[in-house]
Ligand binder design. Structure first.
Ligand SMILES: [Fe+2]
Length: 296
């Protein structure tokens, strides 16, 4: 787990827009906690601010998609001649080559949490939504929520609001080996657990998680904790699609082998944590035996 407060990050100025780069893409194979160069595929992740009364210069990113969530203030995004009003909780994605500018129409700073990363095949057009609108539904028609229904997942755009009610924690899980998952603490105080680490976090902290380690969020307090979640799922989905197109059809044995590998990776992740989970040490060998029996 690499945790960094935006105030400890270097500041850059683009005309009238200020940007704190909390995390950047890593150089080589290992993350560098000191410099914040930790991401696999997100080029820049940070906090951006436009001060009141100001309109930023037109900006275009030639080969990056810009995903943003409004963390505070009021303003307008001008894009292709159209104005899109912004308030806290809006998230949007601007594809490469699309000129845009921001205007702060409020009394306070217009504040964003953003990521810039290489575009995926689904990042062709501009998309904007507010986390209270257009809530995706699951197969039973219930608005989709994340792990154990405790973390709300907002509409797409990959940088969006998530919140954890008092006395709840999310389902411990890990991910595909190459995924950037970053949590920014917007409001409240919670705890992050990853592998053998367990650390409190406060507003303004951003946490980058190693996808191979089991992790979870916990809220032991009486107040809700609000996060801004960012991830590079669109690039993961592209890789999965490419793999599906090139791979030969799986046989039943192949599927079982895949399941067994997934299970072995999960077991390895659990064992790495050295956590005592009631009954798990008895259950794991039993499931391993079942898989072995199925393979015969
Ligand atoms: Fe996760």
């Amino acid at each position: 787990m690499i945790m960094r407060h935006w105030m400890d990050s270097p500041i850059f100025t683009y005309g009238r827009l200020r940007e704190w780069r909390i995390f950047t893409r890593r150089q080589g194979d290992s993350p560098n906690a000191e410099t914040g160069a930790v991401c696999f595929e997100i080029n820049t992740y940070g906090r951006a601010v436009v001060i009141p009364g100001v309109t930023t210069e037109p900006a275009t990113y030639a080969d990056e998609v810009l995903c943003m969530c409004v963390a505070g203030g009021q303003g307008v995004l001008r894009l292709k001649g159209e104005d899109h009003p912004l308030r806290p909780g809006h998230s949007f994605a601007i594809p490469p080559g699309m000129q845009h500018r921001f205007r702060n129409t409020g009394e306070a700073e217009l504040e964003f949490i953003f990521s810039r990363r290489p575009p995926s095949s689904t990042d062709k057009s501009f998309a904007i939504s507010h986390w209270t609108e257009d809530r995706p539904k699951d197969q039973w028609g219930t608005p989709y929520q994340g792990h154990w229904h405790h973390i709300y997942r907002g509409p797409s755009c990959e940088v969006h609001i998530a919140d954890l009610p008092p006395h709840k924690f999310s389902h411990p899980h890990n991910h595909t080996p190459v995924l950037d998952e970053i949590w920014y603490v917007q409001r409240g105080k919670g705890w992050h657990w990853m592998g053998q680490e367990y650390r409190p976090h406060y507003p303004g902290h951003a946490l980058w998680l190693d996808p191979s380690e089991l992790h979870s969020l916990m809220n032991p307090t009486e107040e809700g904790v609000e996060y801004i979640y960012a991830a590079s799922w669109a690039l993961v989905a592209d890789r999965a699609r490419a793999l599906k197109e090139t791979s030969i059809p799986r046989t039943a044995v192949g599927q079982l082998e895949e399941l067994e590998n997934d299970f072995a990776a999960l077991v390895a992740a659990y064992r790495k944590t050295s956590l005592s989970i009631f009954g798990i040490e008895q259950q794991l060998p039993r499931i391993e035996k079942l898989i072995a029996a199925l393979r015969k």
